[in-house]
Design a protein around this ligand. Structure first.
Ligand SMILES: Cc1ncc(C[n+]2csc(CCOP(=O)(O)OP(=O)(O)O)c2C)c(N)n1
Ligand SMILES: [Mg+2]
Length: 359
């Protein structure tokens, strides 16, 4: 398959997967909230596409595409959203907190930017073990105003860690526009304070994202340290399914609609001489089949069993690391033998002195 067609497939799969998820959510089948990345597909596809299986990504609430491009099967991701036993967290969670160490995808947490210091930890491990792997850690421009971002950037800068911080600047953090939560113009400008480069690109242009990320990932892999890549893009829908985003400025949506990343890529395919109608039809049919299959898999998968509710809560095994010992539940439940009161005369000198003071 041509690389251009493969990239088109990932862009479309990302959008269609989310679209299907929104519909299923409206039918009460998907648990938890739904945070659409409509319009931001080129950021995740362009950032994750060139990575190796051993590299790590740290996706956010709008980055389901990052899971897919990194190799998590659509079925498994759908089962995760359904809260089924066959999902990434085996039914312990739905949307946000599933990851897959086998695919190099770190599950996010609800605290914005909290995964950025974790990405530094993983990159630190790469450095200690002399492994040439890279971490790609996403954050929103809103999350970039939290302390975790600044601490992570500082640490990564000092230790020249193999982290690429990818800011998805979609111009809103819930209803707050970027100029109301940042006094500098670009998130990329912040990198200089931590001793590494910050670059901007159009997050709606897949070519730009691929070029800039290619350079940043190569630098990281070769030991030249972190880069902050700011992808300017736009959140086409509301923050979540319940948000109609009435606070947005008139025409803003239309202006960004004109720069839709998928339509831009289609125009490029056409110019390159690909038979666009045919490619489009084939890609859409393939994706529809895969999504139908993913939904069928998720619906037919069993719910998690109540007796499994307390398993896998703590990591007890990390491949290649010594096993962590977790006190078995029976041991915790066992009653401690009562401690003998010390005999009166046998009080320690300290006890004797404090008693004397009290009486
Ligand atoms: C520390 C923290 N504060 C607030 C929230 C609630 N919250 C979840 S997403 C969000 C908006 C985040 O904006 P941004 O970082 O720009 O990412 P975007 O949603 O635009 O992709 C907020 C306020 C949270 N999850 N964590
Ligand atoms: Mg934002």
């Amino acid at each position: 398959v041509d690389r251009e067609i493969e990239l088109y497939y990932w862009l479309k799969l990302t959008r269609e997967f989310e679209h299907r998820v929104s519909r299923l959510h409206a039918q009460n089948k998907i648990l938890g909230g739904v945070y659409s990345g409509y319009g931001q597909e080129a950021v995740v596809v362009g950032s994750v596409f060139g990575l190796t299986p051993a590299d790590y990504v740290f996706p956010l609430h709008r980055d389901l595409g990052a899971f897919l491009v990194k190799g998590v099967p659509a079925q498994t991701l759908m089962a995760q959203l359904y809260g089924k036993e066959t999902g990434l967290s085996r039914g312990k969670d739905s949307f946000l907190h599933g990851g897959s160490l086998a695919h190099g995808v770190f599950g996010s947490t609800s605290m914005l930017a909290s995964t950025l210091p974790v990405a530094c930890g993983v990159a630190w491990r790469f450095k200690v073990k002399k492994e040439q792997n890279v971490c790609v850690a996403f954050f929103g421009e809103g999350a970039g105003s939290r302390g975790d971002f600044h601490e992570a950037a500082n640490f990564a800068g000092i230790h020249k860690l193999a982290v690429v911080f990818v800011c998805e600047n979609n111009h809103y953090a819930y209803s707050t526009p970027v100029q109301k939560q940042m006094a500098v113009e670009n998130v990329a400008d912040r990198a200089v304070a931590y001793g590494f480069k910050g670059v901007q690109c159009s997050g709606n242009d897949l070519h730009e994202v691929i070029d800039v990320m290619g350079m940043a990932v190569t630098r990281a892999r070769e030991g030249d340290g972190p880069t902050l890549v700011e992808c300017k893009t736009y959140r086409m829908l509301g923050h979540s399914a319940h948000d109609r985003a009435a606070y947005r400025v008139a025409d803003e949506v239309l202006r960004w609609e004109a720069r839709d990343p998928i339509r831009q890529w289609e125009a490029f395919l056409s110019l390159k001489g690909f038979p666009l109608d045919e490619v489009k039809k084939e890609t859409e049919a393939r994706i529809a089949r895969e999504l139908d299959e993913a939904v069928r898999f998720a619906e037919e998968s069993p719910d998690p069993k109540p007796e499994e509710a307390l398993t896998d809560i703590y990591a007890t095994e990390v491949p290649g690391e010594p096993r962590i010992r977790v006190t078995p539940r029976e041991e915790l439940a066992r009653e401690e033998p009562k401690r003998e009161e010390p005999a009166r005369g046998g009080a320690s000198p300290v006890e004797a002195a404090s008693r004397a003071l009290l009486h």
